[in-house]
Design a binder for this molecule. Structure first.
Ligand SMILES: NC(=O)c1ccc[n+]([C@@H]2O[C@H](COP(=O)([O-])OP(=O)(O)OC[C@H]3O[C@@H](n4cnc5c(N)ncnc54)[C@H](OP(=O)(O)O)[C@@H]3O)[C@@H](O)[C@H]2O)c1
Length: 372
């Protein structure tokens, strides 16, 4: 009886202890997070890919937060860029910036340098991106290159051009200089030590580590991008520049990232041999599966924009921001640490893989038997 009472007492204490522990952990995390940036006033941020989607929403929020925003747009005369400029303050400037063009990047850099606010260029957000879906065998090396040219080499090109300005902005946390003096920043080794420094932000994707069907070319570009950002973070640590990676999950319904593509679009690109193996019925199933998956994602971009803002303004930005539903979070946090055999086995549980197995190989084997 005494044992039972003791057990009841012990168990009834657990929720209280758990709540106290949870509170202590949250408080510690809050203290460790550091002092956020007071205001954006006098600080510049360059964001690429502001014609639509995350980039455009971030540009609007930064503008509302008092930052001087350099909004890189692929089509500055397009509807998206014009709407952005129309609804923004005079502190937001739309720049023509195709990240695949060396000339555009150089021109954008000159414009930013000429219009730097007194605290310099605080952050660069490498957001511009494109995607496509296709199995590897439906793609050409050129398809891989086209995606990497924007998502990977575009971000590298922009980083190379603007890093010196971001590194220099850290000196602006010391005594203020007169307007325009940040255009010719002091050498980094003469800048005063500061607890807060500039930011480089990279918009990656869960597909940087989640190697599922149909996303090969996109995964290659985003995995490469993360390798670049990770290496940069290590090198920039000595200068105090913080590097963050944003990993959105499925936000296809919230942005323009997914362009319409039908089974017929894929079929017309395939040669006779690939048509025989990847038959038309399977392509219809794959296209249907892809569009229904896109429909299941987030319908608004807020979690991603909030993470980008945190990476830019927090005293302690995270190295990675994983943005998936609460239900999926455990799985996607665990996935990168699974042994490859186990990670591959996860895919075989999907109904789509089962269908693929039946529709492709069984059918092609049957066709071969018919031919012999
Ligand atoms: N939405 C998602 O589910 C999701 C998930 C994971 C990661 N992401 C990543 O999030 C980032 C933003 O995409 P989003 O979802 O907001 O899609 P989005 O609405 O299509 O935005 C991408 C932006 O990049 C621009 N862009 C394309 N090629 C460019 C180039 N060569 N130079 C400069 N800008 C270029 C696009 O311009 P146009 O509109 O004129 O083409 C568009 O404004 C991308 O890096 C994407 O890979 C998105």
């Amino acid at each position: 009886m005494i044992t039972l009472l003791f057990l009841v007492q012990l168990l009834s204490g657990i929720p209280l202890s758990a709540a106290l522990l949870y509170g202590a952990v949250r408080l510690l995390a809050h203290l460790l997070r550091g002092r956020p940036l007071g205001s954006g006033a006098g600080r510049g941020v360059l964001v690429t890919g502001c014609d639509s989607g995350f980039g455009q929403q971030l540009a609007r929020r930064l503008d509302a937060g008092g930052f001087v925003v350099f909004a890189g747009c692929l089509c500055p005369e397009g509807a998206g860029a014009r709407s952005l400029a129309r609804h923004a303050s005079a502190n937001l400037r739309v720049l023509k910036l195709d990240v695949t063009s060396e000339a555009d990047v150089e021109q954008a850099k000159r414009t930013v340098q000429r219009n730097l606010p007194h605290r310099g260029l605080w952050a660069v957000v490498n957001n511009a991106g494109v995607t496509d879906w296709a199995e590897i065998e439906w793609s050409s090396a050129e398809d891989f290159r086209a995606i990497a040219e924007v998502n990977l080499f575009g971000s590298i090109r922009v980083s190379m051009a603007f890093l010196p300005l971001v590194r220099a902005s850290k000196g602006e946390l010391g005594p203020r200089r007169g307007p325009g003096s940040a255009a010719s920043p002091a050498p980094a080794d003469q800048l005063p030590a500061s607890p807060v420094a500039g930011r480089m932000v990279y918009v990656s994707s869960i597909f940087a580590f989640f190697h599922c069907l149909n996303m090969g070319a996109y995964s290659v570009s985003k995995r490469g991008l993360e390798a670049f950002a990770d290496c940069l973070r290590v090198e920039m640590a000595s200068f105090g520049v913080k590097v963050s990676i944003i990993q959105p999950g499925n936000f296809a319904g919230a942005t323009n990232i997914v362009r319409p593509k039908t089974a017929l679009d894929i079929w017309t690109k395939l040669d006779a041999e690939r048509r025989r193996i990847f038959n038309r019925e399977y392509l219809e199933v794959a296209a249907g599966y892809f569009s229904s998956t896109c429909r299941q994602g987030f319908q608004h971009a807020e979690p991603v924009v909030a993470a980008m803002l945190h990476a830019i303004t927090s005293g302690r930005p995270k190295r990675r921001y994983l943005l998936v539903s609460a239900l999926d979070a455990f799985f996607f946090r665990l996935f990168p640490f699974l042994p490859a055999a186990l990670a591959d086995a996860v895919f075989s549980l999907s109904s789509m893989y089962a269908k693929r197995g039946e529709m492709l190989y069984a059918k092609s084997a049957a066709d071969e038997a018919d031919c012999s």
